[in-house]
Design a protein around this ligand. Structure first.
Ligand code: GLU
Ligand code: ZN
Length: 279
């Protein structure tokens, strides 16, 4: 490390389901990048998914991480930071960068939305015509207006290199959900800054989201970290490993007496070997 400041990474799981091998890999990557450089590794529970977030899962996550042999510092969970998210969103509303949207998914599909790198790209219906006042709105970031304000931006990924911000792949994302006082994009950006994270590590499936996060950092004048989007663990058919594809959750492996340290070592070798399949 040439930087004088110590490296700070984090693992930020959402307690709305169990952790699987892919999560273990994410946690190990973040842990090792920090610890190998004498830095700090943080755990942040991203529990703002309403009734889907359950504290039992968060407790289970801590046992899983310990079983894998990781050491961490836990920072406050997202549910304790809601006021900050709302205040930040209000600042964006005040400068006209958020607009209300009452479209349902069906309506967005019917409007001919095309698929982007993170789901359907919002076709801008509510930007052109006033949304239905009878329905509670979500609030979307006006991407074009935001970029006009920030000017061209780029961000550094340790694997992909310098990446210019391109919001065309995502469109006007939701920053305040109808049912929640935040969204993943807003909360994660504010929290990584508040927690002093200097290297944001996560799976490559979230690569495109970083474009939005970089714009939010510029709008809120936050420090800009570096990123490390690690390759995903894939199964033999080349698909993302998920629970439904038969990989047991970490808790089940732990309870069955599997050696967590050994599993962590295997995942590390997998990272170093750069392979994509796992048995
Ligand atoms: N809570 C998010 C997830 O579990 C975190 C993603 C991230 O690391 O930014 O997918
Ligand atoms: Zn809409």
């Amino acid at each position: 490390m040439s930087d004088a400041a110590p490296i700070v990474t984090r693992f930020a799981p959402s307690p709305n389901g169990q952790l699987h091998l892919g999560h273990a890999l994410s946690a190990i990557v973040a842990h090792d990048l920090a610890k190998d450089a004498g830095g700090r590794f943080l755990l942040r529970i991203e529990d703002i998914d309403g009734p889907r977030s359950r504290p039992e899962y968060a407790d289970e996550f801590r046992c899983d991480l310990e079983w894998l042999g990781l050491e961490w510092e836990e920072v406050p969970a997202q549910s304790t930071r809601i006021e900050g998210y709302v205040a930040a969103a209000e600042r964006l509303k005040a400068i006209g960068l958020l607009y209300p949207c009452t479209c349902t998914r069906k309506e967005i599909e019917a409007a001919g939305a095309r698929m982007g790198s993170d789901g359907l790209i919002y076709p801008g219906t509510c930007k052109r015509t006033a949304p239905d006042p009878a329905r509670p709105p979500a609030w979307r970031l006006d991407a074009a207006a935001a970029l006009e304000q920030t000017g061209p931006l780029a961000w550094e990924d340790e694997l992909a290199g310098t990446t210019p911000v391109d919001l065309c792949q995502l469109g006007d994302v939701v920053l305040l959900r109808k049912d929640l006082p935040a969204s993943y994009h807003l909360a994660v950006t504010l929290d990584d800054a508040a927690d002093g994270v200097t290297l944001v590590t996560r799976g490559a499936d979230l690569f495109a989201c970083t474009h939005v996060h970089r714009v939010l950092q510029a709008l809120f004048d936050l420090p800009v970290p570096r990123w490390h989007h690690h390759p995903l663990l894939l199964d033999e058919e080349g698909e993302k490993l998920a629970k439904r594809r038969g990989s047991p959750p970490l808790a089940a492996r732990r309870e069955a007496g599997e050696d967590g340290l050994m599993l962590a070592q295997q995942l590390r070798l997998h990272i170093i070997g750069g392979g994509t399949s796992q048995g």
